[in-house]
Write a protein that binds this ligand. Structure first.
Ligand code: E9O
Length: 611
């Protein structure tokens, strides 16, 4: 089935379950105690322990208990909710939907399990049969969330038991190769919503543009008992109908279409991110049930070749970031305040794009990118993969399927990233990624697909499948530390090798240096603001060279990272990764001003506008 975002309409209603829930963890070493004792059949108070928890939020940073940061296992959430009595109607379905829960989840409503789900970053939902819902007293929803990662989850994690006289009994940790804190909990909104019994289940839209004519190819999936009639109407921002269709599939031609443009490519940023509304109507003639769903879509074309990447026929140069969903206290929990602030900062810097490193970001965030005209490289949660077993492949393919199902209609998404920094020197990665790319292409042929590599061009096994080369490089940081003078030689030579070998357009998707805000030295030294700026200037020289060098197609630069973010504890990290050009509380380091100057110049040079 589809996973359309819940919305209110003439025939649909939503009800938020966000707020303060009850919460508890299990005693250390008592794995699965809650399931064993059927906590889903009791209130959490009755289980002997319960505290307050905000939903949505990660649960780690809210506690004063140090062990909470390291907690591994099931964490239990519970709340009560009322279902409006008018929802007690055979012509209506009632669903509960989670924007994301990290990582494994089980959900019970009134003691009955309604869904089990794996995967930490994508929405899932369950229908609640009306005979399992109370309309005359509160219902109880219990969610158990497990943050334990394995060799077959994306990302991967590896439980390690430490034994011997050095360690207390039952001492274990989870190792992982990725460089961000494994925040967990109910990370995005929980919504109760209804659809009619006959309903619009999924919508797929692919747009194109040639000259001033736009086209919108659409396919509507419906679930009905009888004979359905489906129609679509495309409304512009003023509500004027721009095109109409009277079948479940078809292509709408839109003369004089207002195209979706990135905000740096239009003279007035209020013209950016133009969205039409595709109004889809369903009438089930046998039951007389109607449904309406309104989807915002942007009309634009994406084209790529071995030597070019264009949006609406114009070359696009990615000037952007790698990012994280990360903030104090709420961890990776959805925060509309942070969402707005971050996008104001992104526009202040003049960035036209970012990659959703290293997992799908919230649907609310994707809406913002769509409407502001910010370009997204949409990444699936496969970060730092190793081992490449069949279980991992299955999980990975499943995540890609679901990511594309969720984000396929988004104008902002111009490229899929299937993985970040997998161990592609491993020969086993070759067949693995052949299959991953085939799978992704079979799901969406309208966008290029990339894989973000930190490998060596001579020993890499996956770059051969990519449409766009994406490279992460840390010259003078992780190797040759502080030797700024080698950045130019190393990166230039390397870019040329990758281009000669694979003949694809290339983006540097990461480069960066940890920088403690307020730490200064002259001359520059690792970790100081001066060093970060000089390190960037060296990269800018290389990028400018590559941009203007006709033997490479260099189409973008993305600095690591937009802001400082939390990681696990390790001696390379002083309370997190400090490669942000903004601090974790979103204040600029000197580097933010430097990047702002550059991104404004680039926008002006490429598209001629002062942003
Ligand atoms: C992935 C990102 O999540 N790329 C990393 C970023 C970092 O700051 C991380 O936060 O560490 C860089 C990968 C560097 C690989 C080179 C390692 C060489 C070791 C000698």
């Amino acid at each position: 089935g589809g996973i359309l975002y819940p919305q209110d309409s003439e025939f649909r209603q939503t009800k938020s379950l966000d707020g303060i829930w009850k919460f508890r963890t299990e005693p250390k070493g008592a794995q699965d105690l809650g399931i064993g004792q059927s906590w889903f059949n009791q209130t959490l108070e009755q289980t002997g322990e319960s505290e307050l928890m905000a939903v949505p939020s990660s649960y780690q940073d809210l506690s004063q208990d140090r062990e909470r940061m390291n907690y591994l296992g099931w964490a239990w959430y519970q709340t009560e909710f009322w279902v409006p009595v008018e929802w007690n109607d055979f012509a209506r379905r009632i669903l509960i939907r989670f924007g994301s829960v990290h990582y494994n989840a089980m959900v019970w409503v009134n003691g009955i399990k309604v869904i089990e789900h794996q995967g930490g970053h994508l929405p899932f939902q369950a229908e609640l049969p009306s005979n399992q819902v109370y309309f005359d007293k509160p219902n109880i929803v219990t969610v158990a969330v497990n943050n334990t990662l394995t060799a077959d989850t994306v990302p991967q994690g590896f439980l390690t038991y430490k034994t011997g006289e050095k360690y207390p009994p039952n001492h274990f940790i989870m190792n992982s190769n990725f460089d961000f804190f494994n925040y967990a909990g109910i990370h995005r909104s929980v919504v109760l919503y209804t659809t009619p019994r006959s309903y619009i289940d999924d919508i797929t839209v692919t747009t194109d543009a040639s000259g001033t004519t736009g086209s919108v190819a659409y396919a509507i999936e419906v679930v009905t008992e009888g004979a359905p009639t489906v129609s679509v109407a495309l409304h512009d921002k003023d509500g004027v109908i721009a095109a109409q269709g009277s079948a479940a599939t078809g292509t709408l031609q839109v003369p004089n279409a207002k195209l979706w443009w990135p905000y740096t490519m239009v003279s007035n940023s209020s013209d950016a991110g133009y969205l039409y509304t595709l109004e889809v109507r369903l009438r089930d003639d046998s039951s007389d049930i109607e449904d309406i769903y309104r989807l915002k879509i942007g009309i634009r074309s994406i084209r790529w070749t071995d030597t070019s990447f264009t949006i609406n026929g114009r070359p696009f140069y990615f000037a952007g970031f790698g990012r994280h969903e990360d903030f104090f206290i709420r961890g990776r929990g959805f925060d509309p305040v942070l969402l707005v602030k971050d996008h104001n900062l992104i526009k202040w810097v003049g960035a036209n794009s970012y990659r959703t490193t290293h997992y799908p970001y919230s649907e609310e965030l994707m809406d913002v990118a769509d409407q502001l005209g910010i370009v997204i490289i949409d990444e699936c949660p496969a970060v730092s993969l190793t081992l490449f077993g069949p279980g991992l492949l299955e999980t990975h393919k499943n995540e890609l399927t679901r990511l594309i199902k969720r984000d396929k209609n988004r104008a902002s998404v111009v490229m899929w990233s299937v993985a970040n920094e997998p161990r592609t020197e491993d020969p086993n990665s070759e067949n693995y990624f052949r299959e991953i790319f085939q799978h992704t292409r079979s799901l969406d042929a309208s966008r290029p697909i990339t894989i973000v590599l930190d490998s060596n061009y001579a020993t890499d096994h996956a770059a051969q499948f990519t449409d766009i080369l994406s490279l992460n490089r840390y010259h003078a940081w992780y190797q040759d530390q502080g030797e700024l003078e080698m950045i130019g030689t190393a990166l230039t030579a390397e870019a040329q090798h990758w281009m000669d070998t694979f003949k694809k357009p290339m983006i540097v998707t990461e480069y960066g240096a940890d920088t403690i805000a307020g730490l200064h030295t002259s001359p520059s030294w690792l970790f100081t603001e001066e060093f970060q700026e000089e390190y960037m200037r060296e990269h800018f020289k290389v990028f400018d060279n590559l941009r203007t060098n006709s033997s490479v197609t260099f189409i973008g630069e993305m600095i690591w990272n937009f802001a400082d973010f939390m990681t696990k504890q390790e001696i390379r990290r002083v309370v997190g990764n400090k490669k942000g050009i903004f601090t974790r509380d979103r204040q600029p380091k000197a580097s933010a001003h430097l990047l702002r100057t550059r991104y404004h110049l680039l926008a002006n040079e490429y598209y001629g506008y002062q942003i």
